[in-house]
Write a protein that binds this ligand. Sequence first.
Ligand code: SAM
Length: 233
Amino acid sequence: MTFTLLTLFPELVEAYFATSIAAKAVERGLVGHRVVGIRDFATDRHATCDDAPYGGGAGMVLLPGPLGLALESVGASERRTVYPTPSGRPFTERYARELAKETEIVLICGRYEGIDQRIIDKYVDDEVSIGDYVLSSGELSALTIVDAVFRLIEGVISGESLREESFTDGLLEYPQYTRPEVYEGARVPEVLLSGHHAKIKEWRLRESLKKTRSYRPDLYARIESRYRDFGTD
Ligand code: SAM
């Protein structure tokens, strides 16, 4: 799987692929990446990439000219092209799984007030929001999508880790503990030290249900009937 990112700030994106799990996945050939600087496609001597919006209003909009040339240079019309934007459809684990099946995805990192609608109409397959808030840069939202997708690619992390994660089964994950057994007077729940796998599994499911009910009643409503007889208190 190759991630192709178009950005005004290539150094921000390169740093991600040079660090930790992403760097290992790149090194092992499981993930490829292309980082394309939009400014390299600017056509004037000031390398201008943005201008004021037609119709007035605050801020600037990325010019379609340089961005369009950058998209052409990576063959965006033949590839799944994603534009992260607060006005897109919500990004979910399910959608991440869908993207993980592609051989390449192209991500446009927006800035300022965003990008020209004609670029969206011509090249973009999906407009996706990572949450109901506004960031100042598309690099963080594009990398959020990359991060959620690349860990689903076979071999990047263990299958067991993926199976037990939040959202996998419609539930949030149970609380995790590690050494020491007592930290500043707080003990690890006794059941986790028991070595009794069935009891540990039951405790974890109960905690997952409690957490999901409390933090995400919308998710809980979908799975409640499956666990009605289990009880969470
Ligand atoms: N004017 C835009 C609006 O109101 O929808 C916001 C633009 S934002 C300041 C600049 C860039 O950050 C966007 O083009 C997008 O790439 C990125 N961005 C900000 N918030 C985001 C979110 N919640 N999801 C995805 N991308 C986001």
